[in-house]
Design a binder for this molecule. Structure first.
Ligand code: SF4
Ligand code: SF4
Length: 92
């Protein structure tokens, strides 16, 4: 299992001109603007999970990118319940 970035479209402010994550992603053709929906979009198969996009998006206080786990069959484990469970595990 590994993690990839996933844009939370409701929070993304690309329509207002933000391109921070797109500028900072070190992997070519991995994070780009979806010009139909005017949100940033991660090409999941190319994402290396470095989290740089999360850092810059959070630094700008947009909080519009989550890291999500990819299961062995390639599906994204992105339900809020699963995220909460992971967080609780770290609270000891
Ligand atoms: S940095 Fe965040 S708000 Fe800005 S385009 Fe990327 S996902 Fe959207
Ligand atoms: S986690 Fe890294 S490789 Fe993946 S989209 Fe974000 S910046 Fe790009």
């Amino acid at each position: 299992m590994y993690n990839v970035a996933l844009v939370i479209e409701d929070k993304c402010v690309a329509k207002k001109g933000c391109r921070l994550c797109i500028l900072y992603c070190p992997e070519a053709n991995t994070l780009d603007l979806n010009t139909e929906r005017m949100v940033a979009e991660v090409i999941i198969a190319r994402c290396k999970g470095c989290e740089l996009c999360v850092v810059v998006c959070n630094a700008a206080k947009h909080m519009a990118i989550d890291m999500v786990a990819v299961s062995a069959d390639g599906s994204l484990m992105r339900s809020k319940g699963e995220s909460a469970a992971l967080g609780q595990a770290y609270q000891g």
